[in-house]
Design a protein. Structure first.
Length: 448
């Protein structure tokens, strides 16, 4: 559990310069109220020795940019900086822009359910399905008590088994190309507290397996958690003032009599497109995960597990659909909502081992895993709005290209002030290509 000593005092941050982007890169971390030791960690990153204890056959480390999204207010609490690890240009800026609009109307409202995860035990060759299910139901309380109190490998002060559910899966002859008799699936429900919980659940399923075999007379095969963590949900919503959706210049230049209504309608139409069409929904949801994954990575959580759960949940009704939706309220303002499984923790795993993750959690000031999940849901909704607005207004490449041009300039060999000078010319020419950047860089250097 993260104690108060892991938080950066909010007043300390708010007294600093709010526009982090206007500061030199080297000064930004300190301006957020982080200590010299924290700044040193962010600059040094994961050491080779630390990496060698995390995975096998380590030969080095691989760095990605860590930025901070700003302007977020969630459940009435201002969060001056949300750390995001991502390589794609425009994501951090887009989240900050959307959060700024939401802040005008009170920010985001968010919530979450208890951190319940599901472990699955597959039981095959069951001689009597009815008797097996009855035996498991009768023994459920005893099995839960044994896990929580009597088994040393699963006894914990911070997590506990809370329920058992039983399902039967039938497979007819030739179904999926492999005839097989029906089998039982036992769902072990675990309250994981502030941990993601994968290791604990897998340990519990493996410990329970012999007892399940004795109770059912069957044979246990797989014993593992499910990443469709639909008992561990997070949700968020926000209202965006329609008049703020257009910048002042855009509003003045628009030939439409009521441009704010047009942008609201365009965003709603884009939302409906994603809700109805899986081809659009895949890209819609990818944009959401652009934001969520970046915070998951920054805090040392398992982005692959989060991705798997989110996309499986999007298809829960038999058709893949949007995770976030947008509608107009009676006042004509835009209301966004998102709900998805978010199995993340603030203790254990890479969160405990990776020094950068510890600094990220300190910056966020979260006290529980549920609070972290709620922040991620808000970031996902903000990122979704920013992407849809860009698509509905000027096309996704308009704002993206300015940042992309800097990457191209750097890839061509530009350094320092050269990057911005080359990038500006690339955008002016509408020719954002490495070959052109190299030519501009050569010309720039020859003129000095």
């Amino acid at each position: 559990m993260q104690g108060d000593n892991h938080r950066v005092p909010q007043s300390k941050i708010e007294n600093r310069k709010s526009k982090i982007r206007d500061l030199p890169v080297a000064d930004r971390a300190a301006a957020l109220g982080l200590s010299e030791a924290d700044v040193a960690v962010l600059r040094a990153g994961l050491s080779l020795d630390q990496a060698g204890h995390m995975i096998e056959n380590v030969i080095g480390t691989y760095a990605l940019p860590m930025g901070v999204a700003q302007n977020f207010v969630i459940n009435g609490r201002a969060i001056p900086a949300i750390p995001m690890v991502v390589e794609e240009a425009s994501i951090v800026a887009a989240c900050s822009y959307a959060a700024k609009l939401a802040r005008e109307t009170g920010g985001f409202s968010a919530g979450s359910s208890a951190p319940i995860m599901i472990g699955q035990i597959q039981v095959l060759d069951v001689p009597d399905m009815t008797l097996a299910q009855a035996s498991l139901a009768q023994a459920a309380d005893q099995l839960i008590h044994w896990l929580n109190h009597d088994n040393p490998s699963t006894r914990s002060k911070h997590a506990k088994a809370v329920g058992i559910e039983i399902r039967e899966l039938g497979m007819g002859n030739g179904e999926f190309g492999t005839p097989h008799s029906p089998f039982l699936i036992l769902h072990l429900l675990y309250d994981c507290g502030d941990a993601m919980g994968a290791n604990l659940i897998n340990t519990a399923c493996e410990a329970l397996a012999p007892r399940i075999e004795r109770l059912t007379g069957g044979r246990v095969n797989l014993r593992i958690l499910s990443n469709l963590s639909d008992r561990r949900m997070a949700w968020a919503s926000c209202t965006l003032n329609a008049a703020s959706l257009l910048g002042q210049d855009e509003a003045r230049q628009s030939p439409i009599q009521n441009p704010k209504s047009k942008i609201v309608n365009s965003i709603i139409e884009a939302s409906l497109f994603a809700e109805l069409d899986p081809y659009r929904a895949a890209t819609h949801n990818k944009g959401i995960m652009n934001g969520i994954d970046a915070v998951v990575l920054a805090t040392g959580n398992d982005w692959r597990a989060v991705e798997a759960g989110a996309h499986a949940y999007a298809a829960r009704g038999g058709r893949y659909t949007a995770l976030a939706t947008w509608r107009a309220n009676e006042a004509g303002d835009l209301v966004g909502k998102i709900e998805l499984p978010l199995a993340v923790g603030i203790v254990g795993g890479a969160t405990r081992v990776h020094p950068n993750a510890q600094v990220a959690l300190k910056l966020l000031g979260v006290q529980t895993a549920r609070e972290l999940a709620e922040i991620m849901a808000c970031v996902g909704l903000a990122q979704n709005f920013a992407a849809i607005r860009a698509l509905a207004m000027e096309g996704i490449q308009h704002g993206h290209m300015a940042l992309h041009a800097r990457q191209i300039a750097a890839a061509a060999g530009a350094t320092g002030d050269e990057v911005e000078r080359v990038a500006v010319q690339l955008i002016t020419e509408k020719n954002v290509r490495v070959e052109r950047a190299k030519a501009l860089l050569t010309r720039l250097r020859s003129s000095l």
